[in-house]
Design a protein around this ligand. Structure first.
Ligand code: SF4
Length: 63
């Protein structure tokens, strides 16, 4: 699945980075960067936790 972020909704609180640091990272300007747009067997559970935890519902998964 593809990982999508609505950057207009994101408030850069780093909750997703805390849960899935292999996928999400805030840069030096506090903008969220995706290290990968693809889910893998190794990151999918962490990505799903990040989707559920995002208070802005800014992260979604697409087939
Ligand atoms: S948890 Fe949501 S609001 Fe927070 S940095 Fe990640 S995408 Fe942005």
């Amino acid at each position: 699945m593809k990982i999508k972020v609505d950057y207009d909704l994101c408030e850069s609180n780093a909750l997703c980075e805390a849960l899935a640091p292999d996928v999400f990272e805030l840069d030096d300007d506090d903008y969220l960067q995706l290290k990968t747009e693809e889910t893998t067997p190794g990151n999918i559970e962490a990505v799903k936790r990040a989707v559920a935890a995002c208070p802005r519902a800014a992260i979604s998964l697409e087939d």
